[in-house]
Design a protein around this ligand. Sequence first.
Ligand SMILES: NC(=O)c1ccc[n+]([C@@H]2O[C@H](COP(=O)([O-])OP(=O)(O)OC[C@H]3O[C@@H](n4cnc5c(N)ncnc54)[C@H](O)[C@@H]3O)[C@@H](O)[C@H]2O)c1
Length: 384
Amino acid sequence: MKILLIGGAGFIGSHTALRLLREGHEPVVLDSLDPQIHGTDLGTSATFGLLSGRVPVICGDTRDRGAVERVVRDVEAIYYFPAGTGTGQSMYQIERYTDINARGAAVFGEILGEHKAHIRKVIVSSTRAIYGEGAATCPEHGRVYPDSRKLTDLEAGVFETKCPICGASVEAAASLESDPARPSSIYGITKLAQEQIVSNVCQSHGIPAVVFRYQNVYGPGQSLNNAYTGILSIFTQLLLAGREINLFEDSLPSRDFVFIDDLVEYNFRALSLASEGLEVFNLGSGVRSTLVDLVEALAAALGVELKYFISGQFRVGDIRHAAADLTRLTAGLGAHEFLSLRDGVKQFTDWVGRPGEQVTEANRRFDHSLNEMAAAGLLRSSRK
Ligand SMILES: NC(=O)c1ccc[n+]([C@@H]2O[C@H](COP(=O)([O-])OP(=O)(O)OC[C@H]3O[C@@H](n4cnc5c(N)ncnc54)[C@H](O)[C@@H]3O)[C@@H](O)[C@H]2O)c1
């Protein structure tokens, strides 16, 4: 099949494009080549480099009707990846995130509707951020959906979510696709709008579609330029610079880290899913790891001394815990053995290597990103 990947020059898109190529398909990429992700010199973009000479990359924006129309015309399937992806940054660049994520989907949706006749599948990259704090188990009330954490609680050093009915302590639970969408960041809100716009267009026109709600994806090729997202890249640059790592909150927020090849496996399987309707899947590894687990794995893989401190700082809009329930994924798209965090981190750090000067530059950009958040009043400290 001739397959279009919009936003396909990024981390997930480029790996997916190469997999499609290996499987005998004909991928083509439309991407705005955003300098925040690819750097100002495209020669330094790892993912653009991966595609060079193998997959055609057309520079264009998903909000540009003409650019999208020109590439959609003769393709049979589309992967939709373009997004502003920094949760923290989205909290003060609200217009920019809404424009890329939501209006971009609107422009794409209108064109998709006009081209329904030859599109056999649309695969959309959504996120677990649409669940916000997600689900939890209360000893008295069972499965509950905690509210976004209150500033007053966070400032008092109370980081865990609470039962919305009785206020008791709760145990985080893995997210189900049927859980309510209650995003707590502008990123999550605009990605939900993106998911819903594209899903609605596909359903309205009878285009088979798959929505993936990805957890934290990592691995070789993830941007080392983007200081606003990508916790593995950021921590790695700090460790390589010999710096002490500032672990937010009480160091115990947790995430579900999924290795890029595992995610690409499912992106690929989705293409041949027999369903004619809309299918929604969570996609993570199903395993929750804390910030401490992550920095320990990174320092061990890099062979550097681990120095960290627990600052009690927090970013407004961040959620506390995340993990995917994979029951629906494995029932619909088959089982798969996921790489462990330790093995995946090793592959990632081997790929990063010791990039010398880039480390200093990356550290400078990261400090700048934190200063931006602090200036916007969105990086705060607990009093504990
Ligand atoms: N990486 C993760 O951990 C993760 C987790 C959940 C969801 N996602 C979603 O997966 C998708 C891909 O993420 P990624 O990690 O590959 O990000 P990425 O930043 O590496 O790639 C995004 C790509 O989209 C391009 N892009 C940005 N704005 C565009 C626009 N207006 N028009 C065309 N192209 C544009 C960028 O240049 C980049 O190449 C995103 O939609 C993201 O929200 C990613």
